[in-house]
Design a protein around this ligand. Structure first.
Ligand code: SAH
Ligand code: SF4
Ligand code: F3S
Length: 456
């Protein structure tokens, strides 16, 4: 059988790491149909927007992009280059599918996160309806045995989804509605996918889930929770580093904390969102824990792994948040000390309980609080980076840097590290003496005496 003609596929991710991972899987599932990835939408035969619904801004971006695609499609048709198919995938697709079709006729197909495996079939059907063949040479079997097929262009660091969905129902959040309930993949399938990735040169895996540390529980083949899964993956020869994200404080169990103390591949970096430093607000958010619980948890984690770097998400301007509540958030931040964090202005999401709560906070107040929070975060991030200067840290090199002779990697604490060094180090861990620190990266020098050993 001859190869199908190469068609250009452009996929854009708007959301979290799981959204990025899903984009990769969509590319895999479409590859047997003859689609090859391209890095720009102009002239593409198929454009997939993998959308995010988490905040209003993220969701609205999609509609402006669809406006641009409408023009691009017309240009392509005028140039006699055939038709551009437009697919909206992701969490906006799940939440507002019908509205998308109504507002943006340019869209051929809307597909939610639970249905990506059906993409080839859906595209074939959509293209038949349009009287065109978007999906030539489609063989359904290829889709079904596609399951954990790893990507072709091998990077050093890869995402691997182990858990999906959320049963927590924080009152501000759309995820339980767009992604459905918590589901954990069987450990056998995860290990197989991990081994496939490592065989292709991956040296670091970031295990993904909306509540990744809730991994396990009721689902078959996932017993022992995330700690057991991490220990199992740590036995894979060639896998140097394991990370996971995003965790919920309520799911941070003793076994996982112990794994941080005992599994060398498990990196000393933990993204553990608290959202607010005020008990009153945490209650209104339905987070299911207090500030006291969170502080004790942090103490326990630091007792197990004293050098662990902490990262967090915060929301400012949740309904009812007073100046005093906000000050409590700042003081929690000061006490804990974060290596990095994300901060968001509360965004009212249709259908979530908080959207109709009394005491919605003015946009200008949200802006002010966000600015103050970001200022403190920036100080903490700079201080954290500066503290590395003079130290020697292990860096996993991922790719060439922007400058001649430069290579770029990450410290155990997820900091970007630039050094002058040979490309042959890409995919390897080597010690680097840190010479300087900025807000978003470090620079340093390879430790010469160690280099011969690493390169041998
Ligand atoms: N499951 C993860 C987070 C998923 S969403 C957790 O529980 O932490 C990522 C982040 O987006 C959240 O941590 C929160 O800080 C932010 N977020 C979610 N909904 C939001 C909203 N309505 N407005 C502003 N930020 C929001
Ligand atoms: Fe959203 Fe809360 Fe679930 Fe995180 S735990 S995904 S913030 S509902
Ligand atoms: Fe966005 Fe969906 Fe992820 S709403 S943050 S893409 S789970």
């Amino acid at each position: 059988m001859s190869d199908p003609p190469a068609k250009r596929l452009f996929i854009k991710s708007y959301g979290c790491q799981m959204n990025v991972y899903d984009s990769e899987r969509m590319a895999e599932v479409l590859r047997p149909l003859g689609y090859a990835l391209t890095d720009r939408p102009e002239g593409a035969d198929l454009v997939v927007l993998n959308t995010c619904h988490i905040r209003e801004k993220a969701a609205e971006k999609v509609y402006s992009e669809l406006g641009r695609l409408k023009e691009m499609r017309a240009e392509k048709a005028e140039a006699g280059q055939g038709r551009m198919g437009v697919v909206v995938a992701g969490c906006v697709a799940q939440a507002e599918g019908e509205e998308i079709i109504r507002r943006a006729p340019v869209v051929d197909l809307v597909v939610g996160p639970q249905a990506y495996h059906k993409l080839p079939e859906l595209i074939a059907r959509a293209s038949r309806q349009m009287g065109e063949r978007l999906a030539a040479d489609f063989t359904p079997e290829e889709k079904f045995d596609a399951l954990p097929k790893a990507r072709e262009a091998g990077g050093v660091s890869a995402f691997l989804t182990v858990q999906e969905g959320c049963d927590k129902f924080c009152t501000f959040c759309v995820v339980p509605y767009t992604r459905g309930g918590e589901y954990s993949r069987p450990a056998d399938a995860i290990e197989a996918e991990a081994r496939g990735l490592v065989a292709q040169g991956v040296r670091e895996l970031t295990l993904l889930g909306q509540n990744v540390n809730a991994y396990g529980g009721k689902d078959e083949g996932s017993s022992g929770g995330l700690a057991a899964l991490v220990r199992r993956l740590a036995r894979i020869e060639g896998l140097e580093r394991i990370r996971y994200t995003t965790s919920h404080p309520r799911e941070m169990d003793e076994a996982l904390i112990a794994a941080h103390a005992e599994v060398p591949q498990l990196m000393p970096y933990l993204h553990l969102p608290v959202q607010s430093g005020s008990d009153r607000i945490l209650r209104a958010m339905n987070r299911g824990h207090t500030i006291e619980d969170y502080r004790k948890l942090i103490d326990k984690i630091r007792a197990a792994r004293s050098d662990i770097a902490l990262s967090c998400d915060f929301i400012v301007g949740f309904p009812g948040e007073t100046d005093a509540d906000f000050e409590a958030t700042l003081s929690l931040m000061r006490d804990v000390g974060y290596a990095s964090a994300f901060a968001f202005k509360y965004s009212r999401r249709p259908g979530t309980p908080a959207a109709s709560m009394a005491g919605q906070v003015d946009e200008s107040v949200k802006e002010q609080r966000l600015a103050r929070l970001l200022e403190l975060l920036e100080q903490q991030q700079r201080a954290f980076n500066a503290a590395q200067v003079g130290r020697t840290v292990d860096v996993l090199f991922e790719r060439p840097g922007r400058h001649e002779g430069q290579i770029l990697g990450r410290s155990p604490f997820l900091q970007a590290v630039h050094v002058q060094g040979p490309q042959t180090l890409i995919g390897q861990v080597a010690p680097v003496k840190i010479g300087a620190a900025a807000m978003n990266s470090l620079t340093g020098e390879l430790v010469a005496s160690e280099l011969a050993r690493v390169l041998a």
